[in-house]
Design a protein around this ligand. Sequence first.
Ligand code: XBP
Ligand code: MG
Length: 254
Amino acid sequence: MATLKALIFDVDGTLAETERDAHRVAFNDTFAKYHLDWHWSETLYGELLAVTGGKERIQHYWENYRQDTPAPNNKIELISQLHRDKTARYNEIISQGEIALRPGVKRLIQEAREHGLSLAISTTTSMQNVTSLLQHSGSADMLEWFKVIAAGDIVAAKKPAPDIYLVALEQLQLPPEACIAIEDSRNGLQSAWGANIHTVITVSDYTRHENFNEASLVVDQLGEVDQPFTVLAGDAFGEQYVSVNLLQKLAANW
Ligand code: XBP
Ligand code: MG
């Protein structure tokens, strides 16, 4: 039996559906700007998501799909430059405010605050991207609600490695059994579970077919009072949406 003290949220796919209409578009716009004949279709992007991290994804694509594109001596620097431009473009897209938070995200975060739980983020994407998503899709002060934000290149090994969750635990100064991770992908689940953190999965557009065997609960969305979730695996104790009460019931069974 564990007492829940913190929720640790993934970002892309979990807080918002950012991948297809924001990250993917930003990558493609950047490739066009650099006159590269690269285009990531919605389907191809789903395959490429197996590799986490934008720079790592570009390198993986170049080396495995486009060996016909000549590589300059400063290839790694060029990838970093492409990625900087992609981040700028992503921030432009997010600042238009058209990518909404997923159902139940803001409600659960507010509920957690009312219960005195700490909030953290554990993500592969950059601090800059997290900041603009919370600001434009959440609210002006939402960033301040999070005690810890573990993001991007602060770890050498990105998800599915556990490192980014281990950083979050260290900064929260909590043991894994006092926390629950909210994730949307197999890579994210492996990362959290690798740090011994129990995980609730809210499947996203690109991840609903993935294997979530190690998860405590798998749902199609966090849900709202008037918009119940569908339970895909695990026991939701008859609840209709992911509430602090439900997360505490899950924790009581660890
Ligand atoms: C998802 C990812 C990220 C984004 C791109 O991370 O794999 O790499 O697709 O982000 P998570 P950057 O779900 O863990 O947040 O281009 O900023 O690396
Ligand atoms: Mg994710």
